[in-house]
Design a protein around this ligand. Structure first.
Ligand SMILES: [Zn+2]
Length: 556
């Protein structure tokens, strides 16, 4: 052994190893855990090897590093530098942008942006629309009211709907004869300026790709959002739409940002199927296996992502009967559902883990049907097929997911932040209340993780907040308990942000708990999440993190 052992003594070490849950110290060498227990019990190591004690966490609790298994740092960072029209305060390159609570405020902000630009051909490119909070989806005629000469391009905060004015429609290069899935129309057949979900938004994004990909924005975004995540205690995350805009550019940016020794987070890159297919055609699975094989311990490729319906906050997900309050249908993703099995099969056969986005219960049904066909075609165990988001589901689906051996990575922040809003907008009271049915998963024995989707869904990144929401299910009014039968216990919630999240990412051999041989990834907490009053769980001070033995104070 080359280095000295470093022994961190703490107020407590919570291991998330159920067999050895509590300790007083952890010994680290070369970025890995050598021993966890009491200093006395470590004597067989300490007697044999040079070591030193580090007591800076003496008054803190050492916890396994938090894992948020679904984020979008790069894309969010890029959006942050656009004109901001969202409903919540949001950081931008020139400080924090205020939230715009009304439709009128959004239109005023766009009018202002128009007045400030001197070049009459320069487009307005804006991000942050929240149709549920701002009076419904925006549309072409409204934006023509801002300008009939300057192109205007806007996108919802959850980037599933682009809205363009007439001049921008001309730049996109489409007219009334267009027949692309998700290009929407007024009742009289005229284009209404809305582009919903991947096929349509990709088309609509063509004229502004240069602005979104402009040099430096990606790396800056990854760094900025990683700092926010680290301050919340996150040590590992997965980029869940890697390659969405430009595979090579995004890879170069992630290498530059993540491999910097001062970057505090491990990052898994999960490419979208469409990006792999465009590069590798029928060789997608072999290509993905090769990418996975070359990964390092800080930055690596992992699995494949399918986006199969719309968004919860943008209200484009697909619902079972009786559908949306206003009768609209929601949208599928890029791949038509009747082609899904053929798209997934090569990955399934090759053992590439599939992460399949399904927000609405109709999409969960489709996903389970496809998983059943995959199992019939090529039976597998421990395949870790994961349904991403799993926002609106039913108990029968949890049972079926268990029977097919699948997992869930759930965005449950909506229970607190948006369930009351969507009882009245979009989904109606029943589905809004049943958002993120974690106890149903637990009752069936499905392993699940909690994620933030940061920063694309109007909620913060804060794993302890997610755990608190899972345990309490208190809505934004501070008193309504939303579907109390879906609350879970404290330990299960804490597993979902550590060891169970590692399982969902196929990394539980390496991270997720404090065990001998695993990487020394810790979140350093001011209080013990197992004993603190439950309503203080979300308020526990986060001192910082340790990544592979390197200490990152949250303030530094
Ligand atoms: Zn996502």
């Amino acid at each position: 052994m080359l280095e000295d052992l470093v022994v961190y003594r703490a107020k407590a070490v919570r291991t998330m190893d159920p067999g050895r849950p509590l300790a007083g110290a952890v010994a680290v060498m070369e970025g890995r855990i050598v021993s966890v227990g009491t200093v006395e019990a470590m004597a067989p190591w300490l007697d044999r090897f040079p070591h030193r004690f580090d007591d800076r966490f003496r008054d803190q609790v050492i916890f396994p590093g938090f894992i948020d298994p679904h984020t979008h740092f790069r894309m969010s960072g890029v959006f942050m530098s656009l004109t901001y029209v969202g409903p919540i305060p949001s950081p931008g390159p020139h400080g924090v942008n205020p939230g715009l609570a009304t439709r009128a405020a959004v239109l005023e902000k766009l009018r202002q942006a128009d007045a400030e630009k001197t070049d009459p051909a320069e487009p307005i490119v804006a991000w942050g629309l929240d149709p549920a909070a701002q009076g419904g989806q925006f549309h072409r005629d409204e934006l023509d009211g801002i300008s009939t000469t300057r192109p205007i391009w806007t996108i919802t905060y959850a980037p599933h709907v682009v809205v363009a004015n007439t001049v921008m429609l001309e730049r996109i290069g489409i007219d009334e004869s267009t027949n692309v899935y998700g290009v929407e129309r007024y009742p009289d057949g005229r284009l209404n300026g809305q582009f919903i979900e991947r096929e349509a938004t990709q088309l609509a994004t063509r004229p502004v790709v240069g602005i979104l990909n402009s040099k430096g924005r990606g790396v800056r975004g990854i760094r900025m959002l990683a700092a926010t995540a680290q301050a919340a205690g996150v040590t590992t995350t997965a980029e869940m739409v890697f390659g969405y805009l430009d595979f090579d550019a995004e890879l170069a940016e992630h290498r530059q940002a993540v491999l910097d020794p001062e970057f505090p987070i491990r990052m898994l890159l999960v490419p979208v199927d469409g990006a792999l297919r465009a590069r590798h055609g029928d060789g997608v699975a072999e290509a993905m296996k090769a990418l996975e094989a070359e990964g390092g311990d800080k930055l690596s490729f992992h699995g494949v992502k399918f986006v199969n319906d719309g968004s919860y906050p943008a209200m484009t997900l697909r619902l079972r009967f009786p559908g949306y309050l206003d009768g609209h249908e929601g949208h599928r993703g890029q791949t038509p559902w009747d082609e899904m099995f053929e798209h997934m099969l090569p990955y399934w056969r090759a053992g590439v883990q599939i992460h399949s986005h399904a927000n609405g219960d109709e999409t969960v049904d489709m996903t389970l049907d496809v998983l059943e066909r995959l199992q019939l075609a090529h039976p597998r165990f421990d395949h870790r097929f994961t349904i991403e988001h799993y926002c609106i589901s039913t108990p029968d689906q949890a049972r079926r997911l268990k029977a097919l051996g699948g997992l869930a990575s759930v965005n449950n922040y909506f229970v607190h932040y948006r369930s009351l809003l969507h009882a009245e907008q979009g989904f109606g009271p029943d589905r809004a209340e049943a958002t993120a049915r974690l106890a149903s998963l637990e009752r069936e024995g499905v392993v699940f993780a909690l994620h933030s989707d940061f920063s694309l869904v109007l909620t913060p990144i804060h794993p302890l907040m997610a755990a608190w929401i899972a345990v309490r299910r208190i809505a934004l009014d501070g008193e309504t308990v939303v579907a109390p039968g879906e609350r879970i216990g404290r330990e299960r919630a804490l597993r979902a942000i550590t060891i169970d999240a590692a399982h969902v990412l196929g990394r539980d051999r390496e991270i997720g708990s404090i065990e001998v041989g695993k990487r020394a990834d810790f979140t350093i907490l001011g209080e013990d999440p197992f004993t603190v009053d439950i309503d203080r769980l979300k308020d526990i001070a986060i001192w910082g993190t340790v990544l592979g033995g390197k200490v990152f104070p949250a303030h530094g």
